[in-house]
Design a protein around this ligand. Structure first.
Ligand SMILES: *[C@@H]1O[C@H](CO)[C@@H](O)[C@H](O)[C@H]1NC(C)=O
Length: 181
């Protein structure tokens, strides 16, 4: 599965298509890999909260390698599943947790990396949207907030999308390599 190359510079080289700069190497997962994870079955999808802590781009890569994608939250039911998942997790969690929230390079619109439409939002009203990567706080009820893309956080993956969706790849992050700033 290539986990030995699961570092941010690999993402920058293979997916984002930007020349590597010397600054990239600083974004390497710290500590020994945490293998714990917990999965729940939701409406047509399985949600897996991963015990590893990775920067946003590596979390995306990990989910696409082992599951389907970083989680998209399509409505209140999905949000409740997140709360349930967090509440039933036996290991310590970071706040926030990464999900597939990404802000467009120009402008302030956010989208799901999975390609799901963003008909529903649950932003923390106090958040300043200065970062292009988004997660969910692990409170009850959980809210969405941007976080520094380089932060090593727990994250939620999903499998089993029922609709044909167009996932976002390199073009969405090309000018904003997550681990360089
Ligand atoms: C969810 O996980 C179960 C158990 O591994 C599996 O049988 C099922 O096909 C999965 N469902 C989806 C939608 O991925």
């Amino acid at each position: 599965m290539g986990s030995s190359r699961l570092i941010c510079s690999f993402i920058a080289a293979s997916l984002i298509h930007v020349p590597l700069s010397s600054g990239v190497g600083s974004c390497v997962p710290r500590g020994s890999p945490e293998l714990a994870s917990i999965t729940i079955q939701a409406t047509g999808r399985n949600l897996t909260l991963v015990g590893k802590r990775l920067c946003w781009s590596d979390a995306l890569f990990y989910c696409r390698d082992h599951h389907w994608d970083l989680l998209s939250i399509r409505g209140p039911e999905d949000q409740e599943m997140v709360d349930e998942l967090v509440a039933s997790t036996p290991f310590p969690l970071t706040r926030p947790l990464w999900v597939g929230l990404r802000r467009s390079i120009r402008g302030s619109s956010w989208f799901w990396m999975s390609g799901d439409p963003m008909d529903f939002t649950q932003w923390d009203s106090a958040s300043h949207h200065s970062s292009p990567c988004g997660g969910v706080s692990s409170g009850e009820p959980s809210t969405w907030r941007p976080g520094s893309c380089r932060e090593h956080l727990n994250f939620i993956c999903f499998t089993g999308t029922t609709e044909v969706v167009k996932r976002y790849f390199s073009s969405s992050t090309r000018e904003n390599p997550t681990c360089q700033n």
